[in-house]
Design a protein around this ligand. Sequence first.
Ligand code: GLA
Length: 384
Amino acid sequence: MDLHALEQQFRELFGKTPEHAYFAPGRVNLIGDHTDYNGGLVFPCALDFGTYLLAARRDDHRNAFHSCNLAYAATVDDAAFADKPKEWIAYPLGVMKEFADRGFNVWGYDLLYYGNIPNGAGLSSSASIEMVTAVMLRDQTGAEWDGIQLAQLSQRAENEFVGMNCGIMDQFAVSMGKPDCAIALDCATLKYEYVPLVLDGYKLVIANTNKRRELADSKYNERRAECEAAVAAISARHKIDYLCRLTEKQFNEYAPLISDETVRRRARHAVTENQRVVHAIAALKAGELQAFGQLMNDSHRSLKEDYEVTGFELDTLAKESQRFPGVLGSRMTGAGFGGCTVSLVEAGAVDNYTREIGKIYHAKTGLEATFYIAGIGSGAHKLY
Ligand code: GLA
């Protein structure tokens, strides 16, 4: 749907013309998953598709939420902060509560959301809804927060209102993305650098498993708790703040302090994944795409074997992609438990890749994969 059609829909729903429009992208993470909440590095980019929000003032102290993607709609006032709705409006409401808690008036809007990010596919549809709301509220209230502060506020909304204990990566990438660049972000300090994505003759291809993510939030929170247990076990002898602050050598030395074998593997993933991001950033800067691809493959293996967040569908897509002619590397991206892979594919091989991998994936899983050539766009912003 284009903006014009969306405006038409707004008029039909609310009987008035939208006054403002905002956009926030989705994101794809190239490497560095489950490192953000371990104080490590991530390497995401903003996509050129995402969530649109049209808004107009209304005369009362309520907000009306509609979505072109989801049937649930509601008009609520501040009692909704206490009710904590389970539907999608929890994401924007959580952000509104963050603004309201700081003294801003967030009520009196008709709101229509439309997203073209596949839902629950690990491309940050939730962070995109949060950030588009945050950008709209900043514009409407005059709050003087920069993109990083808005990302932090949206992360808090997701942690505290939605109850998903996510790290900062998604909101940061969605807020701070820059066209044709990946963001090398240190999640412990929030220091970041834009690294131009020079992929001479290669494309980033996202493949959606279309496998429904089940219990993803609770399994995600469980992984976080396992990492905290590892930090506590190591800290009994050597005080550390985050797993990703350890080198592999230090980790091997301290690992025996972690008595639980599963927890030890989770920690090993965090430590080794962080090192892979360091090497991947250097490889990209040096134009060594082959090395970058190999690191993507290694990352997938670690997420499969040590972190156990992949599953049959993601493993099938990654494995078949990795051995396909013209593919330099392939890995799951995001939280896992279903969702998408991202692969580095020779431009001339992309058509063949999507057709053949689609067939193989269907034969093995009974599911249809969906493919996207990732365009790398800018962070959340006002359209008018
Ligand atoms: C989800 C979370 C992020 C990050 C990734 C895994 O997308 O929202 O904070 O932890 O999973 O890298």
